[in-house]
Design a protein around this ligand. Sequence first.
Ligand code: ZN
Ligand code: ZN
Length: 287
Amino acid sequence: MTGALVGIFLSEVGFLVTSVYMHRALAHRAVRLSGPVTAICRILVWMLTGICPREWVAVHRKHHAFSDRDGDPHSPVLLGYWRVQWGNPVLYRRVATDDAVVARYARDLQPDRFDRLFFDRGWLGLVLTFGIIFAFAGWQVMVVAAAVHSFVYLAGSGAINAIGHHWGRRPYDNLATNNRWLALLVAGEGLHNNHHAAPTSASFSFQRDQIDPGWLLISLLAHTHLATVRHREIRPRTSPGVPGPPDAETTGVPPGEPSEPAVVQTLGPLAASGSSPSNRSSEHRLP
Ligand SMILES: [Zn+2]
Ligand SMILES: [Zn+2]
């Protein structure tokens, strides 16, 4: 029981640091974190996820550049729900290990000496975390905590990409979906339709009854002058039609430079079908 609780706690902290630091601060620059908070986040990402942030940012920006079209690294619209839900780590690694993609989409995130020494060795951070648990709580707690944490973090991350582009409400004109219950579990990331409508908003909650735990943490940090929110006004994209070339705010690729030829030359299977994205299963819910 202790191991399971430790595993769930590690996952929830992992979701928070993934969402607030890697997603909102690094990938979209929606919030600027202070130096000490950034240092803590880098250590937590390393110890709880083993993810290299610039690789994660590159994969995620490519997802925004090609959302649910050819080139999207993990679209359930293209690959099917189950493949993205449970194959997400494989899909992620396939793009994250592509040096050309990382160089293109994360050009603003160059590795420093701490990356080269520690943070680029994700396995080292995870070994450190579970070594500490082993030392203080014994091998049984460590094994259960590692199993639960691995399952919850990977299942939750898969759910953001799979459920978050398949089931749920679509108040704005994109194929991502809002699921409030998922948002509670994964630091607000379940409000994914909102996020795709306004990628540079630090808050994913656009209504009072949408709870975004990541935004609550950012608000706390902002109140204590440990974070600066880029803009508080939320202006979601509502106009119908096919999205244009990506901009630097969502992809890291400078304006005027197409991220991939496919972005501007093909419309993808959904746009080609002739129906507006907003007409598609806008009220699909989880059964
Ligand atoms: Zn998405
Ligand atoms: Zn995003």
